[in-house]
Design a protein around this ligand. Sequence first.
Ligand code: UFG
Length: 342
Amino acid sequence: MAKKILVTGGTGYIGSHTVVELQESGYNVIIVDNLSNSSIDVLDNIEKISGIKPAFENFDLADKDKTEDFFARTPGIEAIIHFAASKAVGESVEKPLLYYRNNLVSLMNILECQIKFKVLNIVFSSSCTVYGQPEILPVTEQTPRKDAESPYGNTKRVNEDILNDTIAANSQLNAIALRYFNPVGAHPSALIGELPLGIPNNLVPFITQTAAGLRGELKVFGDDYDTPDGSAIRDYINVVDLAKAHVVSIKRLLTSKNKASYEVFNLGTGNGYSVLEMVNGFEKVTGIKLNYKIVARRAGDIEKIWANTTFANKELGWKAEKGLEETLLSAWNWEKNVRGIK
Ligand code: UFG
């Protein structure tokens, strides 16, 4: 029988791509999402890709009673992938308590239910934000974590600690924390992708919305960094590659005997690209000239970061495969589909 996997935040950006990859690998997926930053239509689009409409429940995992009730009437969950979280850095500075409540309380509720209902495995969405600006690049999983730049970043750091401590105290439980670098792009079908509410904070949605005419001009935040072209460098990873790493992590949790019960992996490509390289790459693959302007640095941004992927490649047997041009084109195809551009 297909193994049952709970995906929280499964109608969101990374969640929806992961649901598709899990289904295509033969898992039986149940999504829990409160649709605070996603749309119910995503379920139909998942079905168009995989042929299977995932089971879905709409509630807030920060609600302990609803979470317990869900686990009580949903036996047989073998593992959880916990994506559901608030993720806007700027908003977290304005509303820290909202972020601590949403992100910390939901994980704690899930872990308490895991213990109570004997659901032994969890994959947690963490972020390279826990490294801050590292002294040595590329960053390995042993690179020391730094104080977070925002309440959002702090929720990732504290949640890693909550997981680690809970796993240490409960010998049956296993967890994998995945530290994402910068997820970008969309499914090659252009049926699912990133759909930010309002003005995008992140670079690639801002680029595609500028190309689509929704934004007048892209602002490049800073050209005076200590990088070859002066703009900031990140490790942009295709969301489908990222989704596949979750499937591999689930398999590892369900089958691997000789692993540590709490593990951390960097999920990146190992390559850093500057903002201007992203702009030029987009112009090259789409043939569209982007209207952009160099402006001052954005507060809280780090200068450069990219992943050392050796540990993930070796231990997970996983590697990011898609190149930057294919990824940028997939982001553009998704934007065109959403906006009805031919
Ligand atoms: N950038 C621009 N113009 C824009 C948007 C972004 O120049 O309109 C630049 C940023 O300054 C940065 C790069 O593009 O140099 C990437 O910015 P993103 O906002 O796309 O991504 P970040 O690296 O800032 O954000 C990521 C994750 C967050 C995480 C954060 C921690 O998306 O979840 O890293 O630093 F919290």
